[in-house]
Design a protein around this ligand. Structure first.
Ligand code: PMP
Length: 376
C-alpha cells in the first residue's frame, strides 16, 4: 500500500493540491492558447517573484544544473574569467561546469561553517578582471546561506555580471534583482516554488542578454538563451517541445506565491525556520552553519552523541517524515531537513511531533527538559 509520507528533504518539496490538480489536466498542444497564456503568466509572475521589471525570464525543461550551465555559458566567453563564491557542494558544481567548458575560473570557498566573507570578494574583484561573479545563495549540502545582498552591493557597478544560484532560495528568501543589480537569478521548480522537479528557471538582465548577443557563438544549443528568447517572448513559437503539464503546474505554483505575497512568504519561511530550529536545539541537536549563516529554507542538523543516522532517518520515516542524509564529508553526521515551499502549519506541527516520537522510540532522551515531558 502506498503510504504517503511528509517529504521534508531539501527538494523536491511537498506539492500543494492546487499544483497537483493542474498537473493532472489533459496534456494540451504546446502551441495551444491554453499553454501560451499559462506560460506567459508564469513568465510574468516569475519576474515579480525576483523583483525584476525589465529582464527576460526563461522557463525550460531541465533542472537547476541546466540553469547553472545556461547562466555561465551565456555570459562568459572562452578566455574570460569567472569568480565563483562557493558555500559548498553546489559552488563546487559551478566550478565543474565552468571547467567542463574550458572557462577560466577562480573559486572563493567559504570556511567550514561560514559563507565567503564579503571582504574577500571585495579584495578579489578589486585586483582582478572578472566577467562574472557567481554565488550560491543557499548551499543545500551545508545549509549555509550567503550574505547575497552584500555580495551584490560589492559587484554592482564594477562591471562583472552577478549571477545568483537561487535553487535553494528563490521564492523563499528575498532576492531583489533590480534593486540589488543582479544579472541572473537561476533556480529550479522543485524547492521554494513547491512544484515537482523538471524545470530550469532563470531571469536574466537586459545587460546580460546584450552580452550574449555580442558573442558570435557559444558552446551550446539547447542552453543557448538566444534560441529560447523568441519562445519566451511569444510562446506560440517552437524551439523544443516544452513540458506542457509541468509548465501548467509551475504557473499555478507562481500564482500561489503571489497570492501569499512575496514579503509574507519570506517572513513565513523565516518563522518556520525559527520554530524548527528552536525545537531541534531543545532536543540537543546543533547546526552545521554558524548562526548568521543559517538558512530559512533548510536545516543541516548535526546528530548529538548517541543518535545513529540510519536508524534515526528510518524511524523518522516510519513516523511519517522523510528527511535526507548528509552529502560528501557530512554523510552519516547530519540529516538535512527542508522547510521551504508551501508547507502548512499543520505539516510543521506534524513533523515536530514525529521528531519527538522518533527520538523517544530510538531511546534518545537528549536535552528533553521537564516541560517537554521526555518524549512519549
Ligand atoms: N544549486 C543548488 C544550490 C542546489 O541545491 C541544487 C540541487 N539541490 C542545484 C544547484 C542543482 O539542481 P538540480 O538538482 O535541479 O539539477
Amino acid at each position: 500500500m502506498n503510504q504517503e509520507k511528509l517529504l521534508l528533504i531539501p527538494g523536491p518539496t511537498p506539492v500543494h493540491p492546487r499544483i497537483l490538480n493542474s498537473l493532472s489536466q489533459p496534456t494540451v498542444s504546446h502551441v495551444s492558447p491554453i499553454l501560451v497564456d499559462e506560460l506567459k503568466e508564469a513568465l510574468s509572475n516569475l519576474k515579480s517573484i525576483v523583483f525584476c521589471q525589465k529582464g527576460e525570464p526563461f522557463i525550460v525543461a531541465g533542472a537547476g544544473t541546466l540553469a547553472m550551465e545556461m547562466a555561465l555559458l551565456n555570459t562568459v566567453a572562452k578566455g574570460e574569467r569567472v569568480l565563483i563564491l562557493s558555500q559548498g557542494f553546489f559552488g563546487q558544481r559551478m566550478e565543474k561546469i565552468a571547467k567542463s567548458f574550458g572557462l577560466d575560473c577562480d573559486v572563493l570557498q567559504g570556511e567550514d561553517r561560514k559563507a565567503v566573507e564579503p571582504a574577500l570578494l571585495e579584495d578579489r574583484i578589486s585586483r582582478n578582471a572578472y566577467t562574472a561573479v557567481a554565488a550560491t545563495h543557499v548551499d543545500t549540502a551545508t545549509g549555509i546561506c550567503a550574505p547575497i545582498r552584500d555580495y551584490a552591493g560589492i559587484v554592482k557597478g564594477r562591471g562583472p555580471f552577478f549571477i545568483i544560484d537561487g535553487v535553494c532560495a528563490t521564492g523563499g528568501i528575498e532576492e531583489k534583482m533590480d534593486d540589488w543589480g543582479v544579472d541572473i537569478v537561476l533556480t529550479a521548480a522543485q524547492k521554494c516554488f513547491g512544484v515537482p522537479p523538471g524545470l530550469a528557471v532563470l531571469v536574466v538582465s537586459e545587460r546580460a542578454i546584450a552580452k550574449r548577443k555580442s558573442m558570435a557563438s557559444i558552446p551550446a544549443f539547447y542552453s543557448d538563451l538566444l534560441n529560447w528568447l523568441p519562445i519566451m517572448k511569444d510562446p506560440s513559437k517552437y524551439f523544443s517541445t516544452p513540458c506542457v503539464n509541468e509548465i501548467r503546474a509551475f504557473t499555478e505554483g507562481t500564482r500561489i506565491m503571489l497570492e501569499e505575497g512575496m514579503e509574507s512568504r519570506f517572513a513565513r519561511h523565516a518563522r518556520t525556520a525559527q520554530t524548527i530550529r528552536t525545537e531541534l536545539l531543545d532536543f540537543g541537536f546543533s547546526f552545521v552553519p554558524e548562526a548568521p549563516y543559517l538558512a530559512d529554507t533548510l536545516s543541516v542538523v548535526r546528530y548529538p552523541e548517541g543518535v545513529e543516522d540510519g536508524i534515526f532517518r528510518k524511524t523518522f520515516a516510519e513516523n511519517g517524515v522523510i528527511v535526507a542524509g548528509g552529502l560528501g564529508h557530512l554523510a552519516g553526521k547530519v540529516f538535512r531537513m527542508g522547510h521551504m515551499g508551501n508547507l502548512s502549519l499543520s505539516q510543521i506541527d506534524f513533523a515536530l511531533a514525529a521528531l519527538k516520537k522518533t527520538l523517544a522510540s530510538i531511546g534518545f532522551s537528549g536535552k528533553f527538559g521537564p516541560e517537554k515531558g521526555g518524549g512519549e
